[in-house]
Each structure stands twice: as C-alpha cells, then as structure tokens.
Design a protein around this ligand. Structure first.
Ligand SMILES: [Zn+2]
Length: 257
C-alpha cells in the first residue's frame, strides 16, 4: 500500500444498509484497525486489519488509502471470499486479495482475523529475508519455533496478481503448520502478516511480533552468534500457555494470556 494512494468511490454498487447484518463485523474490523496506530505499528495509512465471519462468508476490511484518524465503522468495506464488495462505498484495501487467499486457506482452521503492518523491527527482519529466530522465552510463550519468512517474489509473480501471489507465497512458506499455533509470518522484502481467532487476536499478534522482532534484533546485535532457546525451555514456556495442561492466567481454555 502507499501513503499517497487515495480512496476512490467504488461507483455504483452495494451500499450500507441501516441495521446491516455486517454491522458487528465492521465494528470488529474498525476496532482492530484503530489498534494498529495505537500500538505504534503504523504511520499514516500503512497497514490494514480485517475481520471474517464464517457464517456470513464475508470479511470487513479497511478501505484503501484512508488515514486511521478518519476511519469509522461505516467506512469498512465488506467483501465476500471471491472478492466481491457486498457492502460499503469505498474501495477496499489494496491488500484485500492477500487477506482473501489466507482466509480461504485458514478460515476452516479457526482464523477469523488478519492484520498486515510495516512495523519497524518485523519489517527489518522481512527486508533482511530472515526468519525470526526463537531466542528467548518471550517468543516461546507465543510460538514454539522461528517465525517463518517467505521467499522473495520473482518477477513473473509480481507481474501477475501481485496481492494474491503474496498470499500464495505465505501459504508456501507456511507449509503444514497450524495457523493458530504459528499466527504470524514475514513476507520477504515487505513486512509481517499476522492472524488469530478474531481481528482483536490478529492485531494483538502484530504487536507481539513487533516486540519479538525488536528483542531478537537486540540479541543478534549484542551477540551475532547467539543460540536459539533450547527445546526443553521452548516446550516448557509454550506448553504452559497453550498445552493441554496450560497453567497461565485466570480465564478458561482459549482465553489465557
Ligand atoms: Zn504492505
């Protein structure tokens, strides 16, 4: 996306209906989008968040090129899984087709929110083309392996459907991983995508990833040959938050952290 890109009217087409069944979805998408600058993950129009409802088969996403300060729930654009705008008057985010590729692959596995940012440290690792190493227990509290990084996209892929191709690059790098066990990825030369069981979880993971990337950068700067956390510490930390016998926090299963 570009900070200079302007939102354009989408022309004749679907409009927002009062009392729409997508209202809750648009509210979820707005809340996640507003959290992106609040967490210092983006400036100007950088980044975007979407919320998906499997029952409705649709997602609500940030409109293209609108600054966060100007966003309202009615600006969110509702798009079906084929990319057709079903509600909204603005053009959806230019990254919409990346979100759709990911929902088509991950929605059946519990993913209902996706966030993309260019947050500084996560993007630094992505630009270096490096997976984010699991150096410490903070990382292991959230995922039990390195954050994967895609390959750099070749010229033919960029010349084609670039945004959908970005999604396909992510799926290729992701392999057979469970998307709720590894809720984040780095797109080489570009930046991070994160997701979760809803849009709020996706933006939470975007903030966590930025923190992990910052910590890993400091670690590697201080000690370029620093080892990864040993497996027994990884599993101890990951399992106490996510395992069958998780002990962290006060809430019920799935609500810990
Ligand atoms: Zn981007």
């Amino acid at each position: 996306m570009s900070p200079t890109r302007r939102a354009r009217k989408a022309g004749p087409g679907p409009r927002r209906a009062a009392g729409s069944r997508y209202r809750d979805l648009r509210e979820q998408a707005l809340a996640a989008n507003l959290e992106i600058p609040r967490q210092g993950l983006a400036i100007y129009t950088f980044g975007n968040a979407s919320a998906f409802d499997p029952a409705l088969g649709a997602m609500a996403i940030k409109p293209s090129g609108v600054a966060y300060a100007d966003l309202s729930a009615r600006d969110m654009v509702v798009v079906d899984l084929e990319g057709k705008v079903v509600e909204g008057t603005l053009n959806p985010s230019s990254d919409t087709r990346t979100h759709l590729v990911l929902y088509r692959a991950f929605a059946g596995r519990g993913v209902a929110g996706i966030v993309h940012t260019h947050s500084t440290h996560a993007t630094g690792w992505a630009q270096a083309g490096l997976p984010l190493p699991i150096y410490g227990t903070t990382h292991a509290d959230f995922l039990a392996e390195d954050v994967p990084c895609t390959a750099v996209m070749d010229a033919a892929a960029v010349a084609g459907d670039y945004e959908a191709e970005t999604g396909r690059q992510i799926l290729e790098a992701f392999g057979g991983r469970d998307p709720l066990h590894v809720p984040m990825v780095l797109v080489a030369g570009h930046g991070p995508f994160t997701w979760g069981k809803d849009a709020a979880a996706a933006v939470y993971h975007a903030a966590v990833l930025e923190q992990l990337a910052h910590m890993a950068f400091v670690t590697r700067t201080l000690a370029p040959g620093a080892p990864r956390l040993p497996p027994h510490l990884i599993s101890r930390h990951y399992e106490r938050k996510h395992g069958r016998h998780a002990t962290y926090g006060q809430a019920g299963p799935g609500e810990r952290r």
